[in-house]
Design a protein. Structure first.
Length: 332
């Protein structure tokens, strides 16, 4: 029997905990249906006794305060509701030493989506690969520079530490854990039950470029606004630096400190995000989309697009153009 400790963190996403519970409970049910011993003992761990009054209740599942939790084989950290990450970490700081203690005692640790922020706050991810929700990656990189962030990955695994990407990537990590503890046959059964494609290894194409402008550098905010308004006409990054009262080196340093990326990366991501929207919403040719986003070399555009998104422009359009694609297929 594998002891699972699912942390009921303050501000956790209900859908994240529900998915985790549903998969492991379903695996137990499949064992029971075959008259075999169940594989997982599921324990829900509260930050402290007072938390019982303000955290959701989970029916038949037993909940215990942190000080009474039994030794875990696997600690599971669900996603947080989108918002202030610093506040979420502070609110859950009583979990941090406990997670470290469990890992040092032999437990494996798995975080799902933005739960990686709490895992990273323990220091256990330093020097290790990790992933999280695509839209949370810039903030994660800024908070935890010692972690080897891999934004495109659906999941990462190193030295008994696991992380998953955003939303449905949770299921890929859950299947990974089911396969590890129950074998491939049970993992395949679970994949079929939940209709999960087991071979997806990237989440890049789900990402959206949502740059942060809440930093305290008005000069950089001004340049961000220029880039977003004039990216089509700009020849290069230098065109946005005209009349900026700072040396190029100082400007680049301030820009990266404020946004988490360089000016060149910012311009590139702005252009690619515009291209994605055009591919989703219009029937314009790939050439027309390229030109409208400020590129003039189709080969270079395709290369940059695939690097950023994980798909070619044509593949992206086919995946996300939605009903327009369906109608085109019907006409064909």
């Amino acid at each position: 029997m594998t002891n699972l400790a699912l942390l009921l963190t303050y501000n956790h996403r209900l859908i994240s905990t529900a998915a985790i519970l549903d998969v492991f409970e379903s695996v137990n049910s499949m064992y029971a249906a075959g008259q075999q011993p169940t594989c997982f003992n599921i324990q829900l761990v509260l930050p402290d006794q007072e938390g019982v009054d303000i955290l959701p209740h989970y029916g038949r599942y037993s909940t215990v305060p942190l000080k009474e939790a039994v030794k875990a084989d696997v600690v599971l950290i669900p996603a947080f509701i989108a918002g202030d990450v610093d506040t979420a970490i502070i609110a859950n700081n009583t979990f941090i030493p406990w997670i470290r203690q469990q890992h040092h005692a032999g437990a494996e640790i798995a975080s799902f989506c933005t739960g990686a922020f709490l895992l990273a706050a323990t220091g256990l991810l330093d020097g290790k690969p990790a992933t999280t929700h695509m839209n949370a990656c810039p903030a994660f990189a800024g908070h935890f520079p010692d972690v080897l962030l891999q934004p495109d990955k659906v999941l990462t695994a190193a030295s008994g530490i696991y992380t998953s990407g955003g939303a449905t990537s949770t299921f890929h990590l859950l299947l990974y854990l089911v396969e590890k503890y129950c074998g491939q046959d049970m993992a395949v059964k679970a994949a079929k039950l939940f209709a999960i494609d087991m071979d997806r290894d990237t989440q890049s194409y789900f990402g959206m470029f949502l740059p942060d402008k809440k930093h305290a550098d008005p000069l950089i905010t001004e340049v961000q606004q220029r880039m977003e308004a004039q990216f089509r006409e700009a020849r290069n990054v230098e065109s946005f630096m005209e009349n900026i009262p700072a040396s190029r080196r100082n400007f680049v340093r301030r820009f990266k400190q404020a946004t988490g990326i360089t000016p060149i990366e910012y311009l590139q991501k702005t252009r690619i995000e515009a291209a994605k929207k055009m591919l989703e919403q219009t029937g314009n040719s790939i050439l027309a989309v390229m030109l409208d986003c400020g590129y003039n070399d189709i080969k270079a555009f395709r290369k940059v697009f695939r690097k950023e998104v994980g798909l070619t422009p044509t593949e992206y359009r086919f995946k996300f153009a939605g009903s327009r694609n369906a109608s085109l297929q019907m006409e064909m």
